[in-house]
Design a protein around this ligand. Structure first.
Ligand code: PHE
Length: 459
């Protein structure tokens, strides 16, 4: 039963745990297992890790709290929340849509990587652990036009079937079982990987900060990763906040999501980075392999372990699952924004989402094969979409949200909203960050990543 008329219109999570599970389900995905380790390997190991954690507990905390609290009070998704506080103005629409557009760019290329995971899962099911560990396996797969397009479409279809059916309950129930299994399996693989001969140098590289490895790019990459991994600056937490019950302690729930998300990322780093040292030597070239790192390094670890086909299949199945729950939340956000803002039916909105996924996703997928020669500002398609969303749009979206808190709502009013249910223990930090540190930092990051993309200076 719903307690009042307002709640009757909007679905809500069952309580604190409902929000934490849903937000963690959205947060934990390819970002943790695939993206975090390759960025950490490339941008400084321990120096990256420390930078990342500092950003999560300051910046991440600030934005997560802002998005969730505003969404909960307004009971709307992101564009609606902006309008709730600023009226139906151009500024509100601009701020809201900059947030809302990010998932539209991420979902397609996320589905391409999801397709790669699908392909590996299938290979292990067929008993192909040896093949998957071959040096050219990954390269020849992504450069074959039909192969990578096929698996991209398979992944996208799985995502969209769920969106069309709207069966979130099922997904949530399954993910409650799958997530813990993923963590246990990751522990086993990480321990195996860390105990290989030569792996200790990798553990050290990843856990012990060495400030010779630190560069400005470490900060830029860590910030982009933090947004991505916590699902910030893209409207998701506004929506989840709006589903949150009015008596849940926002600050506490947010902390739990951050801890869980960071632990999974660290675990993934411990699976992959020591293995890079043990199997291919920790040369700079191997460490900066980028997006392909998980697909090249882990299969070598598996091939070495007993029961490699079973472990490989189990691992990729769980990653696939984590990826699907995230891509569903991404596609769901696109669909609900279209539905609300374009005033079209849910099915039409979902169809529009499909069209966008297919077009942009095909570009990303073909960027490694048929379109390999097409480069935008020197980047392959997939990297370009990743760059546009993480390094350009997300800082702008986050900047807009800081402005909304400081100018649109007002810091005192915002505090009283949070204090309705929470001790707001880090209020002082929040105020300094949302008003000064975050906006300045975001603009600097934005300017430097754009300048480096255009080759104005190298980072
Ligand atoms: N946070 C997810 C991950 O780490 C990606 C994601 C981004 C999911 C945005 C939903 C929304 O993989």
């Amino acid at each position: 039963m719903n307690e009042n008329g307002k709640a009757a219109k909007r679905s809500s999570f069952s309580g604190s745990i409902g929000y934490v599970m849903a937000a963690a389900g959205s947060a934990v995905g390819l970002g943790n297992i695939w993206r975090f380790p390759y960025l950490a390997a490339k941008y400084g190991g321990g120096a990256f890790l420390v930078t990342y954690i500092i950003l999560v507990v300051t910046f991440g905390y600030t934005l997560m709290l802002a998005e969730t609290a505003l969404g909960r009070k307004a009971k709307k998704s992101v564009v609606g929340t902006y309008k709730h506080y600023l009226g139906n103005t151009g500024t509100a629409k601009l701020g809201g849509w900059i947030n809302a557009i990010v998932p539209l760019i991420i979902t397609p290329y996320y589905s391409v990587i999801g397709g790669w995971v699908f392909k590996y899962f299938f290979e292990y099911l067929k008993g192909g652990a040896k093949e998957a560990a071959g040096d050219s396996y990954f390269g020849s797969f992504i450069t074959s036009t039909s192969g990578s397009m096929f698996w991209f479409i398979v992944f996208a279809v799985c995502t969209m079937v769920v969106i069309f059916m709207g069966v979130e309950k099922g997904i949530e129930r399954v993910s409650k079982v799958m997530m813990p299994v993923l963590v246990v399996l990751a522990f086993v693989i990480a321990i195996y990987s860390m105990t290989r001969p030569g792996a200790l140098a990798g553990v050290k590289y990843f856990l012990v900060p060495n400030f010779h490895h630190f560069s400005w790019m470490t900060v830029v990459a860590a910030l982009g990763q933090m947004f991505y991994s916590l699902s910030l600056a893209m409207g998701i937490l506004f929506t989840y906040g709006s589903y949150m019950k009015d008596d849940v302690d926002i600050e506490h729930a947010g902390n739990q999501v951050q801890i869980f998300d960071s632990l999974v990322a660290i675990l993934a780093g411990l699976m992959i980075i020591p293995a890079v040292f043990a199997y291919s030597g920790g040369t700079a070239e191997n460490l900066s392999a980028g997006p392909s790192l998980m697909f090249i390094t882990l299969p070598k670890v598996f091939a070495d372990m007993g029961g490699s086909n079973i472990i490989g299949a189990a691992f990729f199945l769980l990653v696939l699952f984590a990826a699907l729950t995230s891509s569903i939340s991404l596609a769901e956000t696109c669909t609900s924004t279209f539905q609300d803002e374009l005033k079209i039916s849910r099915n039409k909105a979902a169809a529009l989402t499909v069209v966008i996924i297919v077009i942009l996703g095909s570009l990303s997928s073909l960027g490694y094969s048929a379109l390999a020669n097409v480069k935008i500002i020197g980047m392959q398609m997939l990297d370009f979409f990743d760059f546009t969303s993480n390094s350009v749009l997300m800082p702008i979206a986050a900047f807009a949200t800081c402005l909304l808190v400081v100018k649109g709502v007002g810091l005192d009013k915002f505090s009283s909203i949070v204090k309705e249910t929470s001790g707001f223990r880090r209020e002082a930090l929040f105020r300094v960050f949302v008003k000064y540190v975050a906006p300045v930092f975001l603009l600097v990051i934005l300017a430097s990543s754009v300048a480096s993309a255009f080759g104005l200076f190298s980072l």
